[in-house]
Design a protein. Structure first.
Length: 253
């Protein structure tokens, strides 16, 4: 079964232009993500889908394949589809190009349910949520059913608690924006126009729920930290420095 990971990496980000090429500890953001993805045991191929030759050059240097795509593609998922639409692939991952702490183990945990359940159309990741994350509109929340399948995603605190006023994490997880798609479902998804709930929440995964898809939510203890603003760079560098220090202490006994 073919399993490909695609990293959508557009140069002209609205909030942070040129973000894929920003340096973190001297290495481009997109290079960090490629290196993390290439440690996966289950990915057959890592592809960077971009609209910029400079990003393409970094991807090729890091040993990833490159798919040149148009600049005006409306979403990351549409860019993933543009990269593989003429290929035959059974499972496709949308690996966000701004998650420098991504690991092969995290990616593999997302692929595994797709390998086990041939009827599963889509899967994603989440981790336990804090009160701060619950109340932040920058954190996407997901509520799941007893089969760990998504019921709904929102930028707002869900489910709303009439007892606590909605300010305690009761029943929600924090969504990690990485997706696995069955190839034929990705095609159908990208052929459907954005739907009302998707546009209202500005969350494209709600289109899949509207289409009736089952979305498996894999819960992990590993927390994600994406780069959305220039200020996030310092946070990531501090996290990397802490990991390096912990590794050195472990190696030195």
């Amino acid at each position: 079964m073919s399993v490909w990971g695609v990293l959508p990496a557009r140069f002209g980000s609205t909030r942070f232009p040129g973000k894929p090429l920003v340096k973190i500890q001297g290495l481009e953001l997109i290079a960090w993500v490629i290196r993390g993805a290439k440690t996966s045991r289950l990915l057959d191929k890592v592809i960077v889908a971009t609209d910029d030759q400079r990003i393409a050059a970094v991807a090729q240097r890091e040993g990833a394949e490159v798919a040149m795509t148009a600049s005006d593609i409306p979403s990351g998922t549409d860019r993933v589809w543009a990269a593989i639409k003429d290929k035959s692939v059974e499972i496709v991952l949308n690996i966000q190009g701004d998650e420098p702490l991504v690991t092969g183990g995290l990616i593999d945990s997302l692929i595994q349910p797709m390998l086990k359940d041939q009827m599963l159309e889509m899967a994603t990741l989440a981790h336990p949520i804090s009160t701060t994350e619950l109340m932040s509109e920058h954190s996407v929340k997901v509520v799941v059913n007893h089969r760990s399948e998504a019921l709904y995603f929102s930028r707002y605190a869900i489910p709303y608690s009439r007892k606590s006023g909605g300010d305690h994490p009761t029943g929600a997880l924090k969504h990690i924006g990485m997706y696995a798609f069955r190839g034929d479902f990705l095609k159908r998804y990208c052929q459907v126009a954005p739907v009302e709930i998707e546009m209202a929440e500005s969350l494209e995964q709600l289109r899949a729920l509207h289409m009736g898809a089952r979305i498996k939510v894999v819960t992990t203890e590993q927390r994600s930290w994406g780069v959305d603003t220039p200020e996030d760079i310092a946070v990531i560098e501090n996290l990397l420095a802490q990991k390096s220090s912990e590794k050195n202490r472990g190696e030195n006994g």
